[in-house]
Design a protein around this ligand. Structure first.
Ligand code: SF4
Length: 307
């Protein structure tokens, strides 16, 4: 059986786990390509105007996969703990895609800890839908989870190695699906590396630890994925020279979160880049270059930053 995975949104969080689990259950995995102009345009055509660019891109990837696999995997994630929630897009995507693409077949799993639907229960149901025994599914789930944990630890250790470098250090505070998307964050990361800046990614440190640390900046932060990336600011504040917020237009959770952080964080230069399908690289480069000039000057002079 061929299972399609859209290279967008939760792909960047769970790709290692999904591939391992599905291949263990003898499925072939088909991943859509990096986001390109055609995928972005298609996604826009299939989305309502009010949708965020990240979700529009997701629709473009789903459309690309239609006809190239038997089922497209779209999880429905609602909560990771009691009193916890995520952006409503992650509740709704499966249903949105079913109604937008009635010709396609989708496969789903639901994670909602607040209603006792744990990740294992969700994968058990997914395994059942794919015709695997509970024993086989359990083994595949545990292996996949372990592979993801090992991969995350390697990323964390690589990022920690940068702490002692003498280069300028910038923390990118954004969701992984924005940071690593070929049309959104990747050109920005490339540009920063060309400027000899060490880039720290907010999504890499341990999730539970970051959710706990997010309380240093906001005790009432609402969305789980925002808590994860906000916690990274407290985690790295003593070693970074600047923060770049990267958000897609018109994201509700991020606009509220960034506004709050811009008011609360003192002493670290910050800039906010809001991107969509019409953002030109030239304008972004100018803004990033001037931001890097500012933090380089601040580091050189050791001045107290005001502004
Ligand atoms: S958090 Fe923002 S960018 Fe992410 S899916 Fe929700 S609205 Fe879109």
């Amino acid at each position: 059986m061929k299972i399609g995975i859209p290279k967008a949104l939760l792909y960047y969080k769970y790709r290692i786990m999904w591939r391992s689990f599905l291949e263990d259950l003898n499925c072939e995995v088909v991943v859509s390509p990096n986001t390109n102009k055609a995928i972005m345009d298609t996604g826009e055509n299939y989305s309502i105007d009010e949708s965020c660019t990240s979700a529009k891109i997701f629709m473009g990837h789903v459309s690309w996969l239609i006809g190239k696999c038997d089922y497209i995997l779209i999880p429905r994630i609602e909560s990771y703990a009691n009193g916890d929630t995520v952006c409503t897009k992650f509740y709704a995507l499966y249903d949105i895609c079913r109604s937008t693409f009635p010709e396609a077949k989708f496969i789903c799993y639901n994670v909602d800890y607040a209603h006792h639907q744990t990740e294992w229960k969700a994968y058990k149901q997914l395994g059942e839908a794919l015709g695997a025994s509970v024993f086989h599914t359990r083994r595949a789930y545990l292996n996949a989870k372990n592979e993801l944990t090992v991969y995350e630890k390697i990323l964390q250790s690589n990022q920690d190695d940068l702490i002692h470098s003498d280069n300028l250090k910038v923390l990118i505070v954004s969701h992984p699906y924005n940071i690593y998307d070929e049309m959104l964050g990747t050109p920005i990361i490339r540009f920063l590396k060309d400027l000899n800046v060490d880039v720290f990614f907010a999504d890499i440190p341990d999730s539970a630890d970051m959710c706990a640390k997010s309380k240093h900046l906001s005790r009432s932060m609402y969305w789980h994925y925002n808590k994860e990336i906000v916690g990274s600011i407290s985690h790295y504040e003593s070693i970074i020279d600047g923060i770049i917020f990267l958000t897609t237009f018109p994201c509700g959770p991020d606009s509220l979160t960034v506004e709050l952080l811009l008011r609360k964080i003192k002493g670290i230069p910050m800039t906010n880049l809001v991107v969509d399908s019409n953002t030109g690289e030239a304008g972004l480069h100018t803004r990033i270059e001037s931001f890097i000039d500012i933090i380089a000057e601040k580091k050189k002079r050791g001045d107290e930053y005001v502004g």
